[in-house]
Design a protein around this ligand. Structure first.
Ligand code: ZN
Length: 854
């Protein structure tokens, strides 16, 4: 069922084949570590009909090696070059290798098994290996393990062609200790149990990419449920009483609803052989969409008793997101990981559509605005921003592609596409796309050409600017007085200094003394404008919340908004205004003290809970990142008083918790610290709400870092209160970062140079947050340079999000010229620094550059 290469793909391959037919292939690139684009292109053109028969022997515990055997069948359309199989382990892990029945000693180059042409035939080939599996992506625990191969890690566990466009059928056999259960992408055919072991043979899968192949094995419980003829299986390790009973029905129902919705939307019945999912404690991501075996972080699905609306909404969205990937990602997969955003954006788009009708009480427009725009702007406004589609030369760098631009800007761009194409035509186009590329791979451009055909609209220029270009426009109102009144247009600047135009339409509003006018306006287009008879008092570039860019307010608008922002009754419009106000603060067009006093009043009176949450975040940012030390000292008593008053007033537990965490965050005065100490002692908020153990640990550490006198005493006491070994280990790990003793902090920081001490990445990030807290930033400036020097190693040893969070946690608390100079000199001194990491540094250092410009 493998799709033949599209015309476009062939065009892209032919020049390369021509080159290698007259010159030797660029060997260095071809064999380089990871999977270079060159290797992937050649393999895609020549390696066909791949199947893997894999068997693994999983021992008891997590120390003894996992061993395996692989039979890889494939045909070749050319044997001009040696076949390269990816296997990123030490060479001695390969125990034996047969190529077409003949034992050979392979060359092993940069994590590749290289099989010379002379051993191969131009049609069918069989390679048989016995090997020891690498542990890196097997996530081994004492009594369970699970694979997690996205984006390029299948080849750390078994030999394979580790690129998304060589889809293959997998037949898996697992031999495990008795008492283990397993789940994989396809149904189990047979299960043989003896006294000491269980052997499960799974049926052959449909064609899937290596990053989607998965199995989990261990001491799991199985729950099966059938709804209307759809059978679903769930594996879990939950032992707390009531959690499965209270949640299982809802979890199955949500999956069933998503499946049915997607079958209807796509007009393609569920394409894989079975449906199952595994709940994994402390799973790295919220979910991962392996077909037939979706993995979830257990806590995202198993909610506490009486969950909040938000928790229920997040769970439903997560299930809908992962289920959408079955069609968008699993059935049709991106050709190369540069298009990874495509599966993410459609999973998000579908999940919004699936879930929103079930939560009519939630303002979904506002939720979209607040969850996407601020996070996207935070990266897109920086010199380190990147386009939605980024170049990717080698699969080993695929982890760097993930970030706010993919997760937050891409959904905004998708809404533009829906508006341009129309909802019905977009659905039509997606159905054609899914049908055409089923079981194969596609690029963004393949979808765009289908949509151009369906809609008969040119989308190329739109796609080029919004998807392939980095950054966003800066838009400013321009008022000219004319005979008929005041004409308002919008100028468009390109922050990169070139002349680019981002196609979009604004829904602008002009408020005058007696009137309000709205009109659609295209920036930088003199023919479209908004006209008011009287002089404008306030110009809002876009009230729809759908336009994207930096909207600079003029001084009249700023003056109007700072006194009237609360009078806009539509929460979405208030949200739009606040998101833009904050960007104006960041851009230096609103003075921090004015911003602060406006948000102080707004926060006090805001009733919409989503907005309250957002305002609390930017209030804290204004407090720590924009006010000077002396400004902060002078407003602190009043700020604490207002926020504490809210803590006293609110009875809803989750809202009270939000206010208290803001209080904890901004409290700096002696009185405030005494108050925190009282809360910490009683462990209760006013009204009797008990703080959780995690909240109490955070409170302790925050008090310590803010210079609470005699912190050792509260730390020791808090330590004694902790139940559960994991939490205790985490607390002990973080404590040195808040120490008032410099030698303790120095020793802690140097301990991080050993990768073993960075294994628990969330612990490290938490500790760095305290180490570089704004109140102690000065004493921690000396750690900035060594932290930057470690970044390349952090990338090679850590998970995909770690380099970004490492540099962000390091720099977020700093605002000094010295810190800025350190970063700039580091970048100047390393002109050949890996571009992906340079961008991550520029993203994280943006506030440093800006605050020093003010
Ligand atoms: Zn996803």
């Amino acid at each position: 069922m493998k799709k033949p290469p599209s015309a476009l793909t062939l065009l892209k391959i032919i020049p390369f084949l021509l080159v290698i037919s007259c010159h030797p292939v660029d060997e260095e690139k071809y064999f380089e570590e990871g999977v270079s684009k060159l290797l992937a292109t050649y393999r895609y053109a020549t390696v066909k009909d791949v199947t893997y028969k894999l068997s693994f022997i999983i021992p008891e515990g997590k120390e003894a090696p996992v061993t395996g055997e692989a039979v890889i069948d494939f045909s070749l359309t050319s044997k001009r070059e040696p076949v390269v199989i990816d296997f990123r382990v030490p060479k001695e892990y390969i125990h034996s290798l047969l190529v077409n029945g003949k034992a050979i000693d392979p060359s092993f180059i940069n994590g590749h098994i290289v099989v010379a042409e002379k051993f191969l035939t131009k049609k069918f080939n069989r390679i048989e290996l016995s090997f020891r599996a690498g542990d890196l992506s097997l996530n081994r625990n004492e009594d369970f393990l699970y694979t997690l191969f996205v984006p390029d890690r299948a080849s750390t566990a078994f030999p394979c062609f580790d690129q998304p466009d060589i889809k293959a059928r997998f037949s898996l056999t697992l031999e495990m200790p008795s008492g283990y259960r397993a789940m994989s992408n396809s149904p189990a055919l047979t299960t043989d149990t003896t006294d000491s072991k269980v052997i499960v043979r799974f049926s052959e899968t449909k064609p899937i990419s290596t990053y989607l192949f998965a199995f989990a094995a261990g001491k799991f419980e199985l729950v099966t449920k059938e709804i209307d003829g759809v059978t679903m299986e769930m594996l879990h390790r939950e032992t707390r009483p009531g959690y499965i009973a209270n949640n299982a029905d809802e979890i199955f129902k949500l999956h069933y609803n998503s499946l049915k919705w997607l079958e209807d939307y796509t007009q393609i019945p569920y394409p894989f052989d079975k449906f199952g999912f595994v709940l994994i404690p402390s799973f790295q991501y919220s979910g991962m969409e392996h077909p037939g075996s979706i993995y979830y972080r257990a806590s995202s699905l198993l909610l506490d008793e009486s969950p909040t609306l938000n928790e229920r909404l997040s769970r439903a969205s997560l299930i809908a997101h992962e289920t959408s990937h079955i069609w968008f990602g699993d059935l049709v997969t991106m050709k190369w990981f540069d298009d990874v955003w495509l599966k993410e954006v459609f999973a998000g788009y579908m999940s919004d559509k699936i879930v929103s009708p079930d939560f009519p009480g939630v303002n979904h427009e506002l939720r979209f605005l607040l969850s996407r725009y601020p996070a996207a702007y935070a990266v897109d406004r920086t010199r380190g921003t990147n386009p939605i589609i980024q170049d990717l030369d080698n699969m080993k760098d695929a982890g760097s592609l993930y970030g706010a631009i993919i997760y937050n800007k891409a959904p905004v761009v998708m809404r533009q596409l829906e508006k341009l194409a129309g909802e019905a035509d977009l659905r039509n186009g997606l159905q054609i796309y899914l049908k055409k590329y089923s079981w194969g791979n596609a690029r963004w451009d393949d979808l765009i050409s289908i949509l151009e055909e369906v809609t008969r609209k040119p989308l190329g220029e739109w796609s080029r600017m919004w998807v392939r270009e980095a950054g966003m426009p800066v838009l400013k109102p321009v008022v000219t007085r004319q005979q008929e009144g005041f004409k308002v247009t919008f100028s468009e600047d390109d922050p990169a200094g070139t002349i680019r135009h981002w196609p979009q339409t604004l829904k602008a509003m002009v408020i005058t003394r007696t009137d309000t006018v709205t009109a659609e306006v295209t920036p930088a287009d003199n023919k479209s404008f908004i006209l008011s008879e009287e002089e404008p008092l306030c110009i809002i570039p876009d009230i729809s919340g759908k336009a994207y860019g930096t909207f600079i307010f003029d001084s009249i608008t700023t003056r109007h908004l700072t006194s009237n922002i609360n009078e806009f009754t539509d929460p979405v419009l208030r949200g739009v205004l606040w998101v833009n106000m904050y960007e104006n603060l960041v851009n230096g067009t609103i003075a921090p003290v004015i911003f602060y006093s406006t948000i102080f009043t707004a926060l006090e009176s805001e009733n919409d809970l989503q907005l309250q949450n957002y305002l609390a975040g930017i209030f804290s940012s204004a407090f720590w990142d924009f006010l000077s030390d002396s400004e902060r000292d002078s407003i602190a008593p009043e700020a604490e008083k207002m926020v504490w008053h809210k803590v006293l007033q609110i009875s809803d537990p989750s809202v009270q918790r939000t206010w208290f965490s803001l209080y904890r965050n901004i409290t700096v005065t002696d009185d405030g610290m005494t108050n925190l100490r009282k809360i910490w002692e009683s462990t209760l908020l006013p009204g009797g709400l008990k703080l959780s153990e995690d909240e109490l640990c955070t409170l302790t550490l925050t008090m310590a870092v803010k210079g609470y006198s005699n912190p050792e005493k509260i730390i020791a006491e808090q330590r004694g209160r902790i139940t559960g070994n994991d939490r205790l280990l985490r607390f002990d790990f973080v404590v040195p970062s808040v120490s008032s003793d410099q030698t303790v902090r120095d020793a802690f920081f140097s301990s991080l140079s050993d990768p073993v001490n960075r294994e628990h990445e969330p612990w490290v990030i938490e500790a760095l947050g305290y180490l570089h807290h704004p109140m102690v930033a000065k004493r921690s400036e000396k750690y900035i340079l060594p932290s930057l020097e470690m970044l390349e190693e952090i990338k090679s040893t850590g998970d995909i999000f770690f380099p970004g969070s490492w540099v962000t946690a390091t720099l977020a608390g700093h605002h000094s010229t010295e810190a800025r100079t350190t970063v700039e000199e580091f970048l100047d001194d390393h002109p050949d620094y890996p571009p992906d990491l340079r961008l991550k540094i520029l993203q994280a250092a943006d506030h440093l550059v800006r605050t020093n410009e003010h």
